[in-house]
Design a protein around this ligand. Structure first.
Ligand code: URA
Ligand code: URA
Length: 227
């Protein structure tokens, strides 16, 4: 089979698996514990977010632990259908141990509220959990060390949609170096989950005229959310 076909098939399969995971999670949320034709109990999704946080511990797996104040694991609902993923904690987040609590975070909260959701109903996290010194870009070894925890978070939450905030999150998740201006506005797949890249709220604070485009992207996310 040629590569393009194989990749298309893989994407389709990932979609089907993603949908199936959703269906099962939804049934479970309704209290269904058995599926027809199956005598087996639907297994409980392995660990919880609290357990993953415990596994992370007072992490010293990469050099960022020397300079960070607090690990910023993420917060929100373990059952969120929508997960926002930023780049890395900034100064405010590092101080408080919570994601997106500074100026950019306040804008993110307004964006979430604009589609009638509250922060507690979604999940908010970052590609890496510790602030890089002077907010420099995260480095490859730091991403590689931290990404397994993001993967675990997403396996537990099993969201329907991921919103990748800014070029770093989008490029890291999608393993591409395409520009955010090219990536935004379209759905991609990350491990079977639909990903909508959009501009980072910090970028919007500097370029308010780009809010129109983010609003378009957010409306697409909302359309998918209520589907
Ligand atoms: N910017 C990010 O990418 N993440 C945060 O948590 C805060 C600001
Ligand atoms: N550059 C980024 O890193 N993020 C944006 O959202 C826009 C430009």
């Amino acid at each position: 089979m040629d590569k393009a076909k194989e990749s298309l098939l893989k994407d389709k399969l990932a979609y089907v698996i993603g949908d199936l995971q959703h269906y099962v999670a939804y049934q479970k949320s309704l209290g269904v514990e058995f599926l027809p034709g199956s005598a087996k109990k639907i297994p409980h999704p392995q660990p919880t977010l609290t357990e993953v946080r415990e596994e992370l511990g007072e992490c010293k797996r990469c050099k960022l632990h020397f300079t960070r104040r607090h690990i910023v694991f993420g917060e929100g609902s373990e059952k969120a259908l929508l997960v926002f993923i930023g780049e890395a904690p900034g100064e405010d987040e590092d101080r408080q141990g919570r994601p997106f609590v500074g100026k950019a975070g306040q804008l993110l909260t307004r964006i979430i509220n604009a589609i009638d959701l509250r922060r507690e109903e979604v999940y908010i996290t970052n590609i890496i959990k510790c602030r890089p010194p002077h907010n420099r870009n995260p480095q490859q070894d730091e991403i590689a060390t931290c990404e397994p925890f993001l993967k675990k978070q997403l396996e537990i939450i099993q969201p329907k949609i991921i919103c990748a905030l800014g070029s770093f999150a989008a490029q890291t998740l999608l393993k591409t170096d395409e520009k955010i201006s090219q990536l935004r506005g379209r759905f991609f797949l990350y491990r079977g989950i639909k990903v909508m890249p959009t501009y980072h709220p910090a970028f919007l604070l500097r370029n308010p005229h780009k809010k129109r485009e983010v609003w378009k992207d957010i409306k697409k996310i909302h359309g998918e959310y209520i589907k």
